[in-house]
Design a binder for this molecule. Structure first.
Ligand SMILES: [Cu+2]
Length: 113
């Protein structure tokens, strides 16, 4: 009877140790990936008013408010955007958008009225 209990207890211990060992590398990996993504291209969000949409150049010119995360004052500038992202939008629309800043070029990630 005693032997059976000990055997059962050590089985439970072994199981919980292996569960821990599996969890830890996974958590570390996730942390590393998140850091790399932030380093590569910071993502910022802003609000603004669409001034011009240029479907041939795939750009949208937006008069946007201040963006503290990239130290921008309010300004009017062009962002790269895909045709899909610009569908349903027009000059004069108030929009909220997120963008990625890479090598001095700003690319829209998401944009909505
Ligand atoms: Cu700007």
């Amino acid at each position: 009877m005693k032997l059976t209990l000990i055997a059962a207890a050590s089985t439970v211990l072994t199981l919980s140790f292996s569960a821990l060992a599996e969890d830890m590398p996974g958590m570390k990996m996730e942390g590393v990936e998140m850091k790399q993504e932030t380093k590569q291209a910071p993502v910022a969000t802003a609000d603004g008013t669409i001034k011009v949409i240029d479907p041939t150049k795939h750009t949208v010119t937006i008069a946007h408010g201040a963006v503290p995360s990239v130290r921008w004052p309010p300004m009017t500038m062009a962002f790269s955007a895909t045709e899909d992202q610009l569908t349903g939008l027009a000059a004069g629309d108030r929009v909220s958008f997120s963008f990625r800043l890479e090598g001095g070029k700003a690319t829209i990630i998401s944009i909505r009225k």
